[in-house]
Ligand binder design. Structure first.
Ligand code: SF4
Length: 698
């Protein structure tokens, strides 16, 4: 008999609802859930192919110690022992967890609780550091909280949608479909795409601004200055709900129009038109993604954008606001439970003694991390130089995705004790594990995820756990138990973890923190299983969902006001005579991350079958590479060899290479091996774009 289950897509941060059907013969097919408010029945190519990726080929089906099959008890005892030994001998900061935006919120919650509240270190960071941590830092600086003010509906309601550093058509395809449908219905709606490359998203643009890489701060500081010069400021909003305007203004007024032209490389007519459109349009949404975040100036870019929305009071009202589009299915859920090394839980601040005390009292824990832990790049540096003695990696493949990936691989290889929890046996990372633990995959695991618009949805299981695979939260709780923390990790099921998470969000909250889902405390298991998608906040005792923030102020700084952040434009060209090209990495439409799941679908691989380097025709002539010839790309950190894709959609002097491929699918195509481990000073997010490289015919 066929069974149908409502669940959520495990790929991007759009968080589409999926109806999965398991036929009598075990075949899985999927369709979009018409009732899910993120997608209303739509799916993109990746989501539609989910049924093709649930086979058991390559799965790790039982625990392994040093490549040999082991019993769960043996493996868990060993993990607990090695972590306890390292802590006893070298202190709590000698161990670390590196987790993932692929984890469910319940997994994340238990990992964070164990590390920050019981081990007493904040050395838990996540691959979301590579995805959107600059947005988190920008939100916290401006709003006093990590709050996305708007909803997807705002993109449909806006009269001007600005997409900066976002190839929406390929990276958030269903939001793109919603935008395209809205524009088709209201042709007067304008779309501006800001991207050095002419991506597929640029095809919908009324105006494409091919700015120089990393010149976004200059562009938005220039806009801020222009808005002031035009007297297009919402004086009431600025006076009542913000501070820091005068300082930001005084700094911006030092940036002339000509300087913006020079830094961005834009033609004057295009720049004027962009500034005119923004000033003249009340309903503006500015969406931004990895082109903004993955930068050494990512946080400043975010704040330069937010400054313009605060100055015009265009925030939190229908069709208005800055909008961070998260890359991963549960980057937001991870933020909510404190999955980042510099956050606590339920959006509380690790720097605040009051917050630390509150969380410790709630957990009744023996310890609490006193300071922020190591962020991803620093964490792997600490692994490399021997400060980290035991490392647990969950649901991520840093040997492919981290910057300076060869150095990361060498660090993991040399680490005295590495645990990997994953679904696949032979990833570039899993092959270095001392202990490999079999985790549940999509369709097998069950819990919640949060999408870019703060909507919490259920991922539900519809397949049996294969072999001896177990949930990540269960693995963590069992290790915690063996480390002597039985009572605090006695979770009979994921429902009790969600309940505790909801209770912590409401604990002594009183409206002081943005994240509050107190109305879901005390649900029974059936109610949890049936939980429909909802947006936070949902405080106990409040009926209606508040879908937008900050239209009337109410920011989370102590004075209730937002902060204008003074940001300074700077030259961003990193090229030199030895490395004269700018490498830009990113996603393609039909692959996801390091291809461990999408790589299984022949249909998805037929879109683009192999890694490539997008080059401008004149650059191809210069380095003597013909159509489909091989290009060798090199930086001081590594090299890759990929096929040339020669196109005028690429800017001169720039090269785009997708980040997906790894040694499993194509030799010498791990492009993150070339990326320097350079990070944003505020967020610690690596600059995965704007990398100086050399390119030559291979
Ligand atoms: Fe999945 Fe994102 Fe595609 Fe939606 S848009 S189906 S969440 S990959």
């Amino acid at each position: 008999m066929d069974t149908e289950v409502k669940t959520t897509c495990p790929y991007c941060g759009v968080g589409c609802g999926v109806i999965a059907k398991v036929a009598g013969d075990g075949k899985v097919s999927v369709k979009g859930d018409p009732d899910h408010p993120a997608n209303f029945g739509r799916l993109c190519s990746k989501g539609s192919a989910l049924g093709e990726t649930v086979d058991l080929d390559g799965r790790v089906l039982h625990p392994e110690i040093l490549g040999e099959r082991a019993e769960w008890g043996q493996a868990l005892d060993l993990v607990a022992q090695r972590f306890s030994d390292a802590i006893a001998e070298h202190g709590p900061d000698s161990v670390a967890f590196y987790v993932s935006g692929q984890l469910l919120t319940e997994d994340y919650y238990v990992a964070n609780k164990l590390m920050k509240g019981f081990i007493g270190s904040a050395n838990i960071d996540t691959n979301s550091r590579l995805c959107m941590s600059s947005s988190v830092a920008g939100h916290r600086r401006a709003f006093g909280s990590d709050t996305v003010p708007g909803t997807y509906e705002d993109i449909e309601l806006a009269d001007l949608v600005i997409l900066t550093g976002s190839n929406l058509a390929w990276c958030h395809p269903v939001v793109y479909q919603r935008l395209a449908a809205a524009k088709a219905t209201r042709p007067g709606m304008k779309v501006v795409v800001i991207d050095p490359r002419q991506t597929m998203t640029a095809d919908i643009a009324d105006l494409h601004l091919a700015i120089r890489p990393d010149s976004d701060v200059a562009l938005f500081v220039g806009l801020f200055e222009h808005l002031i010069a035009l007297n297009a400021i919402d004086q009431n909003y600025v006076a009542e709900h913000t501070t820091g305007f005068a300082e930001a203004f005084s700094s911006a007024s030092g940036t002339s129009f000509n300087e913006v032209l020079e830094l961005t490389g834009l033609p004057a007519m295009q720049l004027r038109e962009f500034y005119r459109l923004f000033a003249a349009t009340e309903k503006v949404v500015t969406c931004y993604s990895q082109g903004v975040n993955q930068s050494s100036s990512g946080t400043d870019k975010v704040n330069a954008i937010i400054n313009c929305h605060l100055a015009t009071g265009r925030i939190g009202r229908p069709g208005m606001g800055p909008f961070s589009l998260t890359g991963q299915p549960n980057a937001m859920g991870g933020r909510e439970v404190g999955g980042l090394a510099n956050m606590l839980a339920a959006h509380m601040a690790i720097e605040s003694a009051e917050d630390r005390n509150r969380v410790q009292r709630f957990w009744r824990s023996p310890a609490i991390a006193e300071k922020p832990g190591l962020k991803a790049v620093d964490m792997f540096r600490a692994v490399a130089d021997g400060r980290i003695k035991s490392l647990w990696i969950m649901a991520t493949n840093p040997v492919v995705s981290m910057p300076d990936a060869d150095a990361v691989e060498a660090a993991i290889k040399a680490c005295p004790f590495v645990v990997v929890s994953d679904v696949l046996k032979d990833t570039d990372t899993a092959r270095h594990a001392h202990v490999l633990l079999p985790s549940l995959g999509w369709g097998e695991k069950s819990g919640t995820v949060t999408n870019s618009e703060r909507r919490i949805s259920r991922q539900r299981s519809f397949l049996d756990a294969p072999g001896e695979a177990r949930a990540d939260w269960w693995q963590l709780a069992e290790v915690a138990r063996r480390m002597g923390f039985s009572q605090a990790f006695d979770f009979p099921s994921n429902a009790e973890i969600f309940d505790e998470h909801a209770a912590l969000s409401a604990f002594e909250n009183n409206g002081n923190r943005d994240f509050d889902i107190g109305s879901y405390v005390g649900m029974n298991r059936q109610a949890y299983d049936e939980l429909p998608p909802f947006q936070w906040p949902q405080p106990a005792g409040h009926g209606a969902t508040e879908t937008r923030f900050f239209a009337k102020g109410g920011f989370y700084h102590a004075d209730g006001k937002a902060r204008f952040i003074t940001v300074k434009p700077a030259a961003s060209d990193r090229t030199n005579a030895d490395y004269p090209f700018t490498l830009n990495t990113g996603r393609i439409r039909d692959q996801w991350h390091t291809m461990t799941r999408t790589g299984k679908s022949a249909r998805l691989s037929s879109h683009i079958a192999e890694p490539f380097a997008e080059l401008h025709p004149r650059d191809a002539i210069e380095i003597d590479v013909g159509k489909a010839g091989l290009v060798e790309i090199e930086s001081p950190h590594g090299r890759a060899v990929v096929r040339a894709l020669i196109t005028e959609r690429q800017a001169r002097g720039s090269i785009f290479v997708p980040m997906h491929w790894n040694d499993q699918f194509a030799a010498k195509a791990r492009i993150d091996a070339l990326v320097a481990p350079l990070t944003d000073a505020h967020s610690g997010q690596p600059a995965s774009k704007n990398v100086a490289v050399a390119a030559r015919r291979f």
